[in-house]
Design a protein around this ligand. Structure first.
Ligand code: FES
Length: 60
């Protein structure tokens, strides 16, 4: 699960390999910094989807 830390006016989201989240860009979300779909009230806005690649498996 993503870890969220508030550092002053900056929100830091730490993701693990393979995680995918939708980050709010409209500031309407009640689950900020994550998108909760509230952007649909404001046409032309939407989340930033961030996905972390899975770690490469060790090969011989
Ligand atoms: S709720 Fe803000 S982008 Fe979705």
């Amino acid at each position: 699960m993503a870890e969220v830390k508030e550092q002053g006016v900056v929100t830091v989201v730490t993701l693990k390999p393979g995680e995918k989240v939708a980050l709010c860009r409209c500031y309407r979300s009640k689950k900020f910094p994550f998108c909760d779909g509230s952007h649909k009230e404001e046409p032309g806005k939407g989340p930033a989807v961030v996905e972390v690649a899975k770690e490469a498996s060790a090969s011989s």
